[in-house]
Design a protein around this ligand. Structure first.
Ligand code: 4AD
Ligand code: MG
Length: 467
């Protein structure tokens, strides 16, 4: 038999009928009658299946019996026009090869329970479902869109280290990295662990942000971005927090807070537009299946100007809402770190569009943010999104060595691990700004999913590191 090349389902569905083809994939469903079997075959290249039509009288019954949901097969046959509704073409099977059987009694996706909770317990298999196929394709497309956005604007992609001695956010939420024997930790005279005996000769952790190294890059290369895994040992069991998430952190020399905001708004709108322009099959599936306002919400963001307001103005609006009888779980007053209920009130209820909030109290923000002249606030900016809350966090950076040293001392942070960073302010310091976009928060928005565990293939959360 003449060898022919496998064609992906996505391409088969766009081809004209008439050709001899070879399709490979996993069986989604099999149904039929005495004479004919219809197999819906998917290979992950698209949300759509190709229909395989099998003449039962011409096919080995034992083989056909083994072709059950989840089984992997190759089908050689003719691409023909489909008479059934739902697809233009289908494959009239000639020869079928069974690569892998799939015991219906044991296959985890065979169960009636298709809840997201159940699927998280079989996260190693859930990419085989339509929903996770769509989400993971979108995730991949968005990663490409991010690189494309910065690449086309001349930003340099900078790889920052995952293992570090510095706490970039100063929040103490680091996972320690060590090769010390935990059953026999060497100790110094004070009785503390002796990290000079550790692998790196000092205490190290997984990074909470690539920003500090990103600033080194920006003050040399001009405009950089990072895109990589980030780790936070915060014990937040919420639908918006992961212990391991991916972050995109652009950092730009000579940008002030306004330039930073303009870039952030354009960036996020471009990504949403990219999704609408390039991933409509998957988005439409998610829209129709779970949330029929998804497409509208995505288009809404692309077409509206974000509302810029200061933290102080935001608090005033929230205080007025409380005075008018609106009940928040957490009390509102100047100085609080806004809760997601507050952010969502402003975005969804008050303004009805994304909000860029600026000039936060310095006590709730990181040490590196540029201090305002009022002595109370810093030039930070968060972008708040419908259904998500904070999706981007950023700021203009403090460029004065003196002010930054004062703030580090005031906060009692370890200076020793930041000396290299202070060199950016010591030698040729410049005004600069940057921000961080949580990749999974973006995906929550684009897919309409409500739990962050469902937009990353293998979620890491407190008490969960399986697969
Ligand atoms: O606001 P964050 O903590 O800011 C930074 O890390 C800065 N270094 C960014 C910068 O200016 N270069 O985090 C930035 C974003 C948040 O807005 C959120 O989208 C996401 O990262 N994020 C998380 N996403 C998932 N799980 C978590 N635990 C997250 N923590 C932050
Ligand atoms: Mg933040």
């Amino acid at each position: 038999m003449e060898e022919i090349k496998r064609i992906k389902v996505k391409d088969l569905l766009g081809m004209a009928p008439g050709k001899e083809v070879l399709a490979k994939g996993w069986v989604r469903t099999k149904r039929g009658n005495k004479e004919i079997a219809f197999i819906a075959l998917n290979d992950g290249s698209t949300i759509n299946n190709i229909q395989i039509v099998v003449d039962k009288t011409a096919t080995d019954a034992d083989l056909l019996a083994k072709i059950t949901t989840g089984a992997c097969i190759a089908v050689r046959g003719t691409l023909v026009e489909s008479i059934g509704s739902g697809q233009a073409v289908e494959v009239r099977a000639g020869e079928i090869t069974l690569y892998g059987e799939c015991d219906p009694m044991r296959y985890p996706l065979q169960k009636k329970d298709t809840s997201f909770e159940y699927l998280r317990t079989v996260a190693h298999m859930r990419p085989r479902t339509n929903t996770f196929g769509a989400i993971l394709r979108l995730r991949s497309q968005m990663a490409f869109a991010i690189h494309d956005y910065f690449h086309s604007r001349g930003f340099v992609y900078l790889n920052t280290p995952l293992i570090t001695a510095a706490d970039a956010e100063g929040a103490g939420e680091m996972f320690q990295v060590t090769t010390l024997d935990l059953n026999n930790v060497p100790r110094n005279k004070k009785g503390e662990p002796d990290y000079s005996k550790d692998f790196f000769g000092r205490q190290t952790s997984l990074t909470v942000s690539g920003q500090l190294e990103g600033e080194l890059g920006a003050t040399a290369l001009g405009e950089i971005y990072t895109f990589g895994p980030t780790f936070r040992a915060e014990n937040s069991n919420t639908p918006r927090h992961l212990a391991e998430f991916w972050m995109i952190e652009p950092e730009m020399a000579f940008y002030d807070i306004k330039d930073n905001m303009v870039l952030a708004e354009d960036f996020i709108k471009s990504l949403v537009r990219y999704a609408l322009d390039n991933c409509m099959d998957d988005i439409r599936f998610l829209n129709d299946r779970y949330d029929n306002t998804l497409i509208e919400r995505l288009q809404g963001v692309v077409n509206t100007e974000f509302k810029v307001l200061t933290y102080t103005e935001g608090i005033e609006i929230l205080e007025k809402a409380v005075a008018d009888g609106h009940v928040f779980e957490y009390p509102v007053s100047w100085g609080i770190d806004l809760q997601s209920e507050h952010e969502r009130y402003l975005v969804e209820h008050h303004f009805g569009r994304p909000v860029i909030m600026t000039d936060y109290p310095k006590d709730i923000k990181a040490f590196y943010m540029k201090q305002n002249d009022d002595g109370k606030t810093v030039r930070g900016m968060d972008i708040l999104f419908p259904k998500i809350g904070e999706i981007i966090g950023g700021s203009e950076r403090e460029s004065s060595l003196e002010k930054m040293e004062a703030r580090i001392n005031e906060l009692g942070m370890s200076r020793r691990t930041l000396e290299w960073y202070l060199d950016t302010r010591r030698f040729g310091s410049c005004p600069h700004s940057g921000f961080g976009l949580g990749f999974e928060r973006l995906l929550l928005f684009i897919t309409g999913m409500s739990n962050i565990r469902d937009v990353i293939p293998f979620p890491r959360t407190p008490k969960n590191a399986e697969f």
